[in-house]
Every structure is written in C-alpha cells, then in structure tokens.
Design a protein around this ligand. Structure first.
Ligand code: AMP
Length: 475
C-alpha cells in the first residue's frame, strides 16, 4: 500500500509536544490530506488522536489538551483513489509486552505481505492491510529479545522498500530512514528540544534550526529530556536512491532536502530546460503553483540569452480546489482543471505563449490548458516540462496513476504533443536532473521516468543489485 505521507517526531525538555506536533503537521499538510494523527507519551502512558481529514479539522482544542507528554510523533496521510480507509490512518499505535509503540511511515514496502504472513502465522493479529502495522509488529517482536537499537536493526534487515519512519517506544522518539534514503527525513533543533520531520519547512515553522538530513540506513534516537540525540548507522549501502520527484513536485519549495534547497533546484531545472529546449515566444507563463519556480528559471535564462521574453502570470489559480489527482473519473478531472485554472485573457490574446509545468502525468492538465489558451486567443502554445516523461508508476510512495493512465507510457514526445495539441513540447533530460541535483543517476530513484527501480519489485525491472531480504531472515 502506497503511503505518500508526512511524518514528524518531537522530544522536548518539559512541555507538552502536542501543540508543536500539530503545527508541524500543518507545515507538512501538502504531503497528505486524507488523515492526520498524533501519538504522545507522558512517561506513564500513551495518548493518541487520529482522524480523517485535514489537520485543521482533525483536532479540536480538547483533543490537543488530551495529548499530554513531552514526546510524540505525528502523521499526515495522502488520499488514494477509491475507498477511504480509516484503518490505515496513522500514527499506528499499540501496546505490547515490550512497551507501547507508535509508528508513522512515509514510503512503501515491497515485501510487507511476506512479513505479514509470517507474523500472522506466529499469532500476530492485524487490523489493517497497511505496511506500518507490519513494521510495528516486527519491531515489537524483536523488542522482546533485543535492546532498542538491535531490534530496529533486525527489523531493517527484514523490510525491503522505501521508508522514513518516526517511532515512539514509550517516551523515546526515534527516526529511521531506509538504507537507500528514498524519502526525506531531517533533524532539527528547537529551543527546548529536537524534531525529526519529513521536510525542513516543519522545523522552520517551529522557529527551529535544521541540523542535517537523517542519513540513509541511520537510526536517530532523541533523548527523552530534549537535550540531544544519538545516532547509529545500522545499515550501509553503496548507493542511495533519493527520489528526484520530491525535488520536482512533491516537497515544499521552501524545504531543504538532502542538502539541496528545493526552490533553487526547481529554478535550476528551469534554466536547464531553456538550455536544452528553449523556444522563442512572446510570453512565458507558469502553470500555478507547480510550474512557478521552473518558469522563473527558464525565463531568467532566456533573458540572459538576450531573448527578451516576458514572464507573466497568465493563469489564475483558485486555491480552494483540491488537487486534480484525487478526482476518480476523467470527466471530473477535466472539470477540476477548469475549476482550478482560469486564463487572464489580456496576457495571452494574440501572443505566442510558452507554458511551463513540472510534470505531465495523465496529460489532463496540459490538454485542457492548451485548449483554454487557444480559446482565449493565443497564437501558438508551446509546452515545456521540468522533468523527464513519466513512463512508469511509482511504487515508492507517490501516487502517480497506473501505467495505462500515464500518457507517456506508450507515446513518443511527438505523439504526446499531438495528443495535447501543443505547437511544440519538450521535456527535461534525466542527465539534466542528475546534474542539477549534483547526484549521479545511480544514486537517484528514477523509476517513474526509466521504468527501472532501485528496489526489487515483483514484475518490474531493477537498476541495481540490492536484493530483497529473505523472510524469515537468517538473523
Ligand atoms: P496530469 O494532469 O495528470 O498530466 O498531471 C499533471 C499535473 O499534476 C501537473 O500540474 C503536476 O504538477 C501535478 N502532479 C504531478 N504529480 C502529481 C502527483 N503525484 N499528485 C498530484 N498531482 C501531481
């Protein structure tokens, strides 16, 4: 089950963690809008509040007041098309003989079913079909036999896939990032404690300082009294598999991920896009909000080349409409684009226009926009995209549509240009992405644009020798 989510964990000196957790979930709301939850521990017992909906709707003042304790974790979960399942809302919390556990997970395991089956055979009862409960049960079992660090190491040796986790074990908060570091996770210092969060924007929101990213394969244990943290490099792997799409689309532009400022990455990708496939036009405009940083970099590079391109906002966004993605039918998706975006006729009429977006998934947005711009009098509409064509689904935690739905899965760039009726269309190369991220392609997850994944996924090709651990593991 794909968990495209935001996670956070906080340990403070001597005030309740619930309110800062709540604020940091607000900062991570873009990573998940289906459900929100917080688990805290007050030194004696665990408290939990998890509810469907946005952060602002999921907690009342009383709910926050009831979440006592100076340590805790939080979670926001992304909606998946189809049924909305409250049993998968997080953090997952449970009490075992080995203590109480809370778990927040961002990512996706590829061998959760094997581990669930094995644990169920040993008498573990599962209440959901999610990955997170599998990790919780495995960890709980290991904690009966080992200390915390060894227990986490053993679980990491059994689970395969993408995971950034924040965990409470009684009043200890832990952060774990999978050995290839697919999803982000960072450490921040607060005035009176420490925070682990999917994105540094959450640290900023609490007026904290970003300390650093959690390393791939690393366990971070926050001190219960908020005074610091210990780290353990539990698994070493030769290559990382950082998700490039976090930088392109998913993360907030004001976050810093794996040492890179997301906004600057997007602007640099826009500059590369001009260098690779710039085209003369009267005006360059972003598809708001996802294309904005790309378009500003593209227009800046164009003007440095003496192209005297006007950079204009030609599309107004209605910010109250949710992401088009969660509309279950194509008809509704098309309607949603129209609801969401309206052209500003004066900046378009009689002009040649280049629109810039970060990505094309199904092609709904660009098809609708090209038509809209032509309807209001654009002479030509060129489309430039700040990422390579998305040809394959994401199994690692981003909801990306199935292969059949992806417009680039069976069409060439020219075929897509025809389909969306653009006068020209160009994407960015994977080389440019690796260049801007200053990371070799072998250290990135490029599965959705190459069809080769850095994990061992049933029925798919892999681009590396990682290997799935055998379950039961020989530990
Ligand atoms: P589409 O209309 O299906 O081609 O989707 C492209 C639009 O959706 C672009 O404006 C992207 O910024 C945005 N987008 C890309 N990936 C995702 C995603 N995983 N979830 C929601 N929106 C996305």
């Amino acid at each position: 089950m794909t968990e495209k989510c935001g996670v956070v964990g906080i340990s403070l000196a001597d005030r309740d963690a619930a309110r800062p957790l709540y604020y940091s979930l607000y900062a991570l709301q873009h990573r998940g809008q289906e459900s929100a939850g917080i688990v805290t521990h007050d030194g004696f017992q665990q408290h939990s509040h998890v509810e469907m909906g946005l952060v602002g709707d999921a907690f009342s003042e009383d709910d926050i007041a009831g979440l006592s304790g100076a340590t805790g974790i939080g979670h926001v979960r992304y909606p998946t098309a189809g049924s909305v399942d409250a049993s998968c809302a997080q953090p997952f919390s449970v009490s075992f003989k080995s203590g109480s556990l809370g778990l927040s997970h961002n990512g996706n395991l590829v061998n959760a079913d094997e581990i669930r089956e094995e644990l169920a055979g040993q008498g573990h009862a599962f209440t959901s079909d999610g990955d997170t409960e599998v990790i919780a049960h495995d960890l709980a079992r290991n904690l009966l036999e080992e200390d915390l660090v060894r227990a986490v190491k053993r679980t990491m040796g059994r689970i395969h896939g993408s995971y950034s986790l924040t965990i409470t074990h009684d009043d200890t908060v832990l952060g774990v990032r999978d050995p290839q570091g697919n999803r982000p996770l960072c450490i921040g210092e607060l005035e009176d404690g420490y925070i682990l969060a999917s994105e540094s924007a959450a640290v900023d929101t609490l007026d904290g300082e970003l300390v650093r990213d959690v390393k791939p394969g690393e366990l971070v244990v926050l001190h219960e009294d908020g005074s610091g943290f210990d780290t353990y490099q539990l698994v070493e792997q030769e290559h990382t598999a950082h998700c490039f799409f976090e930088h392109v689309y998913f993360a907030r532009p004001d976050s810093v991920i794996d040492g890179k400022r997301v906004y600057e990455v997007r602007r640099d990708l826009g500059r590369k896009l001009w260098a690779e496939s710039g085209i003369d036009s009267d005006v360059v405009m972003p598809v708001p909000d996802s294309g904005r940083a790309f378009a500003s970099g593209y227009a800046e590079a164009a003007n440095e080349d003496d192209e005297a391109v006007e950079f204009a906002e030609g599309l107004m966004k209605n910010r109250y409409v949710g992401r088009t993605f969660i509309m279950p039918t194509q008809d509704e998706r098309e309607r949603a684009v129209r609801l969401k975006l309206n052209p500003i006729k004066s900046t378009i009429e009689g002009k040649t226009v280049t629109i810039i977006d970060d990505s094309i998934v199904r092609g709904t947005t660009s098809t609708q926009l090209v038509k809209l711009l032509k309807d209001v009098g654009a002479e030509a509409v060129h489309v430039r995209i700040g990422a390579p064509p998305i040809v394959a689904p994401c199994y690692m935690g981003i909801d990306m549509a199935s292969r059949e739905e992806l417009i680039a899965s069976d069409k060439s760039v020219d075929g897509i240009a025809d389909e969306i009726d653009a006068d020209s269309l160009a994407y960015l190369s994977t080389e440019a992405v690796a260049d801007v991220l200053e990371t070799p392609q072998s250290d990135l997850c490029l599965g959705c644009v190459t069809g080769e994944y850095p994990y061992d996924i049933d029925g798919e090709a892999t681009d590396r020798e990682v290997g799935r651990p055998s379950v039961p593991a020989d530990d």
